[in-house]
Structures are given as C-alpha cells and as structure tokens.
Design a protein around this ligand. Structure first.
Ligand code: NAI
Length: 297
C-alpha cells in the first residue's frame, strides 16, 4: 500500500506552535502538504501572546525542506478566523485541510467559575472552530473538496470535574462535527473529530509519569488519516493516544414504550429504559424518528 501523501494540498493547523498542533504540522509537512501554522503564542490559560511558537515551527518545517507560513491571529474572533484562512489563500492559493486544534484551559469547580472563565474557553475552543471553519467552508464547497478535523476531548464526551466550560465546548465540537459532516457530504467535505490523550504543556501536571508513552506524535497519525483524500469516514469521533485508536459512538437503548406514559412509568421501568442490551447506533436524527415511530402503533 502506498503512503498517505499530501502533494498539492494546503493545510491550516490552529494552535500549531506547541504540543499536538506542532506535531501535526511537522508530519503534514513531511508528507508534502503546504502549511499555515497558526498560533497566538500565549500561555495555557490563554493569556499573553507572541509570534515565537508559530514562527519557530515554520522555521523547523522550512529547515526540513517543507513549505509553511506563520499566522499569529487568535481563532477566537471572526476576524481572526478570516485572517487565518486568508493566509492560506494569499500564500498558497487554496485551502484543503483544516485542523481545529487551538486550545486553552481555565479549570475551576463550577461554583467558583467566573463568567470570564466560561467565555474565554468557549470562545477559543468552540467559537474559534466555528470562525475558522466558517471562513474556509465556502472555499471547500466551491472546490468540492475539504477535510476538517476537530479536536474534542474525553472531558466533554465523558465529563471531568472542574471543566464545565471546557467539557461543554469540547462536546459542542462533536455536535459541530456531526452537522457539518451531513452538510459537507455532497461537496466531498469530510468532517471528523479526535479526542486525544497526550503529554503536552496542557497536561504535564496531570500525568507527569506518562511523558514517554503519551507523546503527541502518537496522536498525529489519526489526524493525518482523517485529513487524507482517502479518508473513508465522516461525522465520527476517535479517541487517540499512546498508539491506541478507538471510535466513540452514541448509543440509544431499546427503551420502554407506553403511549399513556406518566412520570411513574419512568420510575417503575428505569432499569428497562437504561438497559444497554440491543442498543442502536444512529447516524442522524431522521433515524431516531424512524425508530420512535416504529415503536408506536
Ligand atoms: P498546548 O497548550 O501545547 O497547545 C495549544 C496551542 O493552542 C498553544 O500553542 C496555544 O498558544 C494555542 N492557542 C491557544 N489559544 C489560541 C488562540 N486563541 N488562537 C490561536 N492559538 C491559540 O496543548 P495541547 O495539549 O497540544 O492541546 C491541543 C488541543 O488538544 C487543544 O484543543 C486541547 O484542548 C486538546 N486536547 C488535548 C489533550 C491532551 O491530552 N493534551 C486532551 C484532550 C484535548
């Protein structure tokens, strides 16, 4: 089988100055893609900013014989999103791949979480992905080609104490992925998500002993495949870390039906309602309606 190459493809990676984004950028470049390396260059909590990290990754790519340009705008405003996509158009004339990866943390138990902490995290992760994707979307539609990889997290899919802001934003990205996959299907735009586990500056305090096993480079192969022309899936979310790849899915239990349903029925049939035997994995809300109507007489 041939290697997955990216000749003539232009990729934008947000937050590519450090950690996972940097690893993705270097690997895309090694495989022939031309890159926009976006990074605001701030701290893990999103404060500050510097041209350093993005330019450093661009310099590394160029030193290895690749092609890349730095963009240091924030993903968290519509203008930033436009500017990032414009960098790709101005420098390389097109955009084929977008990896929404930029991220920050402002953890706090919900009762102590301020409005600023809520807004900053949702602005970068969720609105940021909307803004950059929105600026790229019509170019992808017009050329009938696009690959988008969003970066979700098990903190949203499964929940994590102290991350209501981050978890909600990251689960929002799963919904964003699902809807864009449907809207992009007839334009050959595939949209998938990863929920990575990696040792980076963001997680260094949480799992210091796992640095060696959880290198960002072990997440990048999934992003490369999902961004490749030959990617066979869309609207899916993959857990990736340390060399493991698994698919997350949402299951719907067979449940309980009673056309005269009252609140007491839920209390009395909770085990049956929650029973995972015979669950279904549905692909869109039309399939749920079909299941629902099939239960009604
Ligand atoms: P990191 O902190 O090393 O990288 C994030 C990058 O995003 C930084 O270089 C930062 O400057 C940049 N950034 C932050 N705000 C930005 C903005 N407004 N505009 C442009 N760039 C901005 O962290 P890491 O771990 O590489 O995170 C990458 C993505 O993966 C994030 O979305 C994170 O939430 C997600 N993630 C990481 C996990 C892990 O285990 N490391 C687990 C689950 C999700």
């Amino acid at each position: 089988m041939s290697d997955l190459g990216f000749d003539n493809k232009v990729a934008i990676i947000t937050g590519a100055g450090n950690g996972l984004g940097r690893s993705h950028a270097l690997e895309f470049a090694r495989r022939g893609a031309r890159l926009v390396v976006n990074d605001l260059g701030g701290l893990v909590d999103g404060s500050g900013g510097s041209t350093g990290p993005a330019q450093q990754v661009v310099d590394e790519i160029i030193a290895l014989g690749g092609e890349a340009v730095a963009n240091v705008e924030s993903v968290a405003t519509p203008e930033g999103g436009q500017s990032i996509v414009q960098s790709a158009l101005d420098t390389f004339g097109r955009v084929d791949i977008l990896v929404n990866n930029a991220g920050i943390l402002r953890d706090k138990a919900f009762h102590n979480m301020t409005v600023d902490m809520i807004n900053a995290v949702i602005d970068v992760h969720l609105r940021g992905a909307f803004y950059v994707t929105h600026a790229a979307w019509n170019h992808m539609r017009n050329q009938a080609y696009g690959r988008i990889v969003n970066t979700s997290s098990n903190s949203g899919i499964l929940g994590n104490f102290g991350q209501a802001n981050y978890g909600a934003a990251k689960m929002g990205l799963v919904g964003f992925t699902n809807v864009l996959a449907l809207e992009g299907a007839k334009h050959n735009i595939k949209v998938n998500a990863i929920a990575p586990v990696a040792f980076t500056r963001m997680t260094a305090d949480l799992m210091p002993e796992l640095e060696e096993k959880l290198q960002p480079e072990k997440v990048t192969p999934a992003v490369i495949y999902l961004a490749h022309e030959s990617c066979a899936v869309t609207g899916e979310t993959y857990s990736v870390g340390g060399g493991t790849i698994s698919r997350y899915f949402v299951g719907l239990t067979d449940g309980y039906v009673n056309e005269h349903l009252v609140a007491e029925d839920m209390r009395d049939h909770l085990d049956q309602i929650r029973d995972e035997t015979g669950y279904q994995v549905l692909r869109n809300n039309g399939q749920e309606l079909k299941k629902l109507f099939s239960k009604l007489t």
